[in-house]
Ligand binder design. Structure first.
Ligand SMILES: Nc1nc2c(ncn2[C@@H]2O[C@H](COP(=O)(O)OP(=O)(O)OP(=O)(O)O)[C@@H](O)[C@H]2O)c(=O)[nH]1
Ligand SMILES: [Mg+2]
Length: 452
């Protein structure tokens, strides 16, 4: 990426498809002048100040044919997202129209932006640190209100501040070591690195590390599968949880042949909910294949809602499946159809519900929420980390501080101990991007979509 750093770039920033409005983003030295040549009234954009919006007509560069009636927002360096001169074109959201405008921009001298290139330029211009750059991607991918709020908090710099605070304490510590090394005669015999301080710093790193699981759950979510014998009401429950008539429900056993998947949110966590084929003896090829696939889904799911018809009870051959699920900690028993006469009482570990009347469903959703998001993992509003990159670097820092403590305990010379503290500092600096390499940047920004 770095070699064409100064070229003006352009990309569609909104989703590809028909919409009322689409936004084409551009950035780079000369970008405003290039668009000005395609804009009527002429000269308007080239002379425009930053943070202004202009209404006009966009023209094809060669034929001067009208392309669209547009609004163009002008941003002047350094007061733009990327820190460069930049313009954003709001046009009509027609795929054909967007294609024509992009073709005109490329003909005029823009090049197609690479994935994440706008944000990478913003990072290189010092507009945001790496934790915030990562948050840009996470905001776009957020699937629940909570994951969105969490990413927004990181974008506003809460994680960066937390890391910088830890770094600050380490810098102070190392400065004291430097003083001792520079003036050994004055400070001789005094221990300048206090282990309590190192332990405190290490604990705050550990706190952030512990937030990783919280961050991942809200970002990635969990898979919840509905399983159980045929006709127990699995598809009925699936539709009810979705609040949508998605899966076919019928009194005929073996209705669901293949699994069906749909996203929902439970306790702020994105959930992939699966309806699966009921288990029963079948010689029918398609149904057997459906059951095989359903079993794969069950194996991969973090939680399984095992639905039993309360008028039928648990058949002996199901006991083994239920026990295995219980042993792996993934079982939520659902005792369905309690509205029917002849329904037995729910056994331990099963929640009594009637999907038909809605009875017990609220409690069931609560149970699912408690299971996928135990209190210990729920977001408290504190900054959390959620990228593997951040986690690994924090682990490096944590480990290095462990070495510092060992060194202090073993009375290793202070300059050797300081090397480990510096290693921790370097790892923390890499999290925010203070020290970084082209490889790290490429790996990170290539995960973005074009236009970000
Ligand atoms: N009375 C009563 N009937 C229910 C309840 N839940 C589901 N049913 C009925 O039970 C029958 C089977 O429901 P489904 O949701 O298709 O069952 P399933 O487990 O998906 O069945 P398969 O896909 O065949 O494995 C349907 O006739 C539903 O209307 C309930 O709570 N009470
Ligand atoms: Mg079904």
């Amino acid at each position: 990426m770095a070699e064409h750093q100064n070229q003006p770039i352009a990309a569609l920033a909104t989703a590809w498809g028909s919409s009322a409005i689409a936004v084409i983003r551009t950035s780079g030295p000369g970008s405003i002048e290039l668009i000005d040549r395609l804009f009527e009234p002429p000269g308007r954009l080239a002379t425009a100040g930053g943070n202004t919006v202009h209404h006009g007509i966009l023209l094809e560069p060669r034929t001067r044919a009208q392309l669209d009636e547009v609004l163009v927002s002008i941003f002047r360096a350094p007061r733009s997202y990327t820190g460069e001169d930049a313009a954003e074109i709001m046009c009509h959201g027609s795929t054909a129209g967007v294609e024509r405008i992009l073709a005109a921009l490329f003909a005029a001298g823009f090049r197609q932006a690479e994935p994440g290139e706008f944000t990478m330029r913003a990072f290189l211009a010092g507009k945001l640190d790496l934790t915030r750059a990562e948050a840009v991607r996470e905001i776009v991918g957020a699937r629940t209100a909570e994951s969105h709020a969490m990413a927004l908090q990181r974008l506003s710099g809460a994680l960066e501040e937390r890391i910088n605070a830890i770094k600050g304490r380490l810098v102070t510590l190392l400065a004291a070591v430097d003083i001792q090394l520079d003036y050994p005669e004055e400070e001789s015999g005094e221990v300048v690195i206090a282990p309590e301080v190192v332990i405190e710093i290490r604990d705050s790193i550990r706190g952030l590390l512990a937030s990783y699981r919280t961050g991942r759950i809200y970002q990635e979510g969990v898979r919840v599968a509905i399983a159980g014998p045929s006709n127990a009401g699995k598809s009925s429950l699936f539709n009810e949880l979705l609040r949508q008539d998605r899966s076919i429900v019928s009194a005929i056993a073996g209705t669901t042949r293949d699994y069906i998947e749909s996203p929902i949110a439970v306790a702020g966590v994105p959930v992939r909910l699966y309806d699966t084929a009921g288990f029963r003896e079948s010689n029918e090829q398609i149904e057997s294949e459906g059951m095989r696939r359903s079993r794969e889904i069950l194996d991969a799911a973090e939680l399984v809602l095992y639905v039993v018809d309360a008028t039928e009870g648990v058949a002996p051959h199901q006991r083994e499946v239920i026990e295995a699920l219980r042993d792996s900690g993934r079982l939520v028993g659902v005792w369905n159809k309690v509205d029917l006469p002849g329904a037995a009482d729910a056994p331990a570990g099963f929640a009594a519900v009637s999907v038909a009347t809605g009875g017990g469903l609220e409690r069931l959703v609560e149970i699912i929420g408690e299971r996928i998001l135990p209190d210990s993992l729920a977001w408290t509003g504190e900054p959390v980390i959620d990228s593997l990159r951040q986690k690994q670097l924090l682990e490096t820092a944590h480990q290095a501080l462990g070495h510092v403590l060992e060194g202090l305990a073993d009375q290793v010379p202070v300059d050797a101990v300081a090397l480990d503290a510096e290693e921790a500092l370097r790892a923390l600096g890499e999290i925010t991007g203070e020290v970084t390499t082209a490889d790290v940047l490429d790996a990170m920004f290539s995960g973005f979509c074009v236009g970000k």
